[in-house]
Design a protein around this ligand. Sequence first.
Ligand code: UDP
Length: 419
Amino acid sequence: MISEHASPLATIGGVDAGGQNIYVAHTARHLASLGYAVDIFTRRDSPDLPDIVDWMPGIRVINVHAGPPSFVRKESLLPYMAQFARAVVDHAREQRDAGTPYAVCHAHFFMSGLVARRLKQALGVPYVVTFHALGRVRLMHQPHDEFPPQRCILEQMVIDTADAVVAECPQDELDLARHYATPVSRVRMIPCGFDPEELQPVTRSEARRHLGLPAERPIVLQLGRMVPRKGVDTVIRALGILERRYKLSPLLLIVGGESAEPDPRRTPEIGRLQSVADEEGVRADVQFVGQRPRSALRYFYSAADVFVTMPWYEPFGITPVEAMACGVPVIGARVGGVQYSVEDGRTGFLVEARNADALARRLAHVFSDPSIPRLLGKRARRRAFERFTWQRVARSLADLYAEVATAAALTRPAVAQGN
Ligand code: UDP
């Protein structure tokens, strides 16, 4: 696997550490338990990192020297990718010469896709790519982003030479076809997931006691990376509407950020959101929690009556699935993967992105009768288990790798033994 900016060993919740890191970590773990030996190449972003970490049986994390050994925003990483690719190709050549060649490469994000493309050209290793976000989709929503202008052209090159492209949800599949003319035959829809051991629900009362939260007050949870496109401001505005129009005042918990303390200097987005809460007159009802480790998440999800996610766009969105796994209904924006994971009216509700009025209306509906979130939550949990475990995801990936590796072997020219 190649995941240039997202190491499976990073602390999750900051600007550039979220779903992709989780995806790589969990799929690697399950692939290893299916018998795969997995090497994960990621950029060395701290001088303290060893070159190779034996992470767990069957999985190594290879910290590639490319650019400074410090954090570099993903928007600024492209210039280092040629160096990254050279290191990966050298390593892969050593693997081959030692008699353990890579059978298949799975690239994550477009820059890793470029490395995989280079590896295929150099050594014939077939590759699968998951983009996690597509430049053309992002530009529709964030026209002034700071990625290099050639991003979309590079994505197209990566798609054109890929053996398979993973779409994370039906919308992603459509975007790949519509914006990149990706042939349907090379796209495989495989969603993201959750880990049932990590996200076992606890009772609401126990979760609240554990976190020191009020036992009876309605609680709305927002959890994820703190970046404007996640639309957390819409959630805060909905809280204002809920109080003024519906005379309801739930507690809004906001988990995520660069540090465990919700510090606006470390996480400027928190500062911006605090001003929105001031404007709405709900500052006292919004609790910024800060970043939380994986082991704490089940308490936050289980303490909530409803989970809310209002991104402008969302390639998949793991957090709604995690909430569902804990038996919590989701009200989400009708975009990307959210409209796939959430079944409108059955496991939660979908509302228009950026529409605080619509969100407030749905929240009022959910809080109007305690049996509503209970019923939705029960169905949500069932749906999460039926479709979205990492184990299932890894099995689908393993099937795809096997197909890709076999097809590549069939087209590879025979090499005479002993040469
Ligand atoms: N996350 C976490 N701690 C935090 C905030 C977020 O572990 O404090 C995790 C969250 O549980 C989820 C991931 O970060 O697994 C975010 O993934 P998602 O797909 O929702 O969003 P992305 O980061 O891909 O935009």
